[in-house]
Design a protein around this ligand. Structure first.
Ligand code: ZN
Length: 317
């Protein structure tokens, strides 16, 4: 019997570094995490990653020879070819040769990629889109992250700075975005944007049933969805939200024509009430819809483990 190959997957976050032992078949065999300590600078963060890798090895098998490599998802701009964390504000990376530094300490190959790209790779390999060669992922969270696998390869662009679907404009001169432009998809469909819109509409509509949450401080990304069947303000917010999201999704579909679009982040847990109307609009409005196969829109399957599992794809592709 051929033994599964084992990898170590690391997802470097602002607060925690998550790590896991992953097989080439996408099984997460063991996982643990450690505090990032981002405020102490890149050298300390690197030290913590090394500590986490050694913990994973020790607790899982105690034999370094069992592992084929380490894949790390790094936030911000990443030069994946050279293993350099080019720029990440939260983690204070500034052209930091992170892969080389870790490789020296752990004596096995280390590869890095942008964290959102790596999550998309994980979903394409081991999520619902398993087996599809063209997969685009959008993560609807504080911002809107993105990643694309095209013809089985992670689309990174020059210096891995591409695939930023959240910063494509859907409303010319529209809402101000964190990136400096106006009207980006992110400024309409991130959880942050949905929460802001819900609060604004509640303040305009004092009779809205959404006030049952108490105050606007208690509003979250679920509020409008929770009340949409009994409150017309909430219904309007949800409809508008889905219209904006469909616009962004169709733009992406028309450029890349994936088999599957994966939606991640908290909002993707809304199930049918989000996916059904969204799928309907995309089916109708995407280019050449009558003559081409459907593009399936699905919720992410791997949750917070997508990046850790995606690390396998950095080696096995
Ligand atoms: Zn933007």
């Amino acid at each position: 019997m051929i033994k599964d190959k084992l990898y170590i997957g690391i997802d470097l976050g602002g607060t925690f570094i998550k790590g896991g032992v992953v097989s080439n078949k996408g099984q997460l065999l063991y996982s643990t995490q450690i505090e990032t300590q981002a405020e102490k600078g890149p050298d300390k963060v690197t030290e913590n990653i090394i500590k986490l890798i050694n913990n994973l090895i020790k607790n899982f098998s105690s034999n370094k020879e069992d592992f084929c490599g380490v894949g790390i998802g790094v936030p911000g701009i990443v030069n994946s070819e050279k293993g350099i964390a080019v720029c990440s504000h939260n983690l204070k990376f500034d052209n930091f040769p992170i892969a080389e530094k870790i490789e020296r300490e752990v004596s096995m190959p280390v590869k890095i990629a942008n964290d959102a790209n790596l999550a998309a790779l994980g979903e394409s390999l081991f999520g619902f889109s398993n087996g599809c060669k063209n997969v685009v992922m959008l993560t609807l969270g504080t911002g809107v992250g993105g990643g694309a696998i095209i013809n089985g390869t992670m689309l990174e662009g020059n210096k891995s700075a591409g695939a930023e679907f959240g910063h494509s404009v859907i409303v010319f001169n529209g809402n101000k975005c964190n990136c400096g432009r106006k009207g980006c998809l992110e400024s309409y469909v991130s959880a942050t944007a949905l929460i802001k819109k819900t609060k604004e509409e509640m303040l305009k509509n004092k009779s809205s049933k959404m006030w049952q949450v108490g105050s606007v401080e208690n509003v979250n990304g679920k509020t409008a969805f929770n009340f949409k069947d009994i409150d017309k303000t909430a219904k309007k917010i949800v409809e508008e939200y889905i219209n904006y999201l469909s616009c962004g999704v169709i733009n992406i579909v028309n450029v890349f024509r994936p088999e599957v679009v994966v939606l991640g982040g908290g909002i993707s847990n809304q199930g049918e009430s989000l996916f059904k109307p969204l799928q309907k609009i995309v089916d109708k409005e995407m280019f050449a819809s009558k003559h081409t196969p459907k593009v399936k829109i699905v919720a992410a399957k791997l949750g917070n483990n997508a990046g850790v599992l995606g690390s396998v794809g950095l080696f096995e592709n």
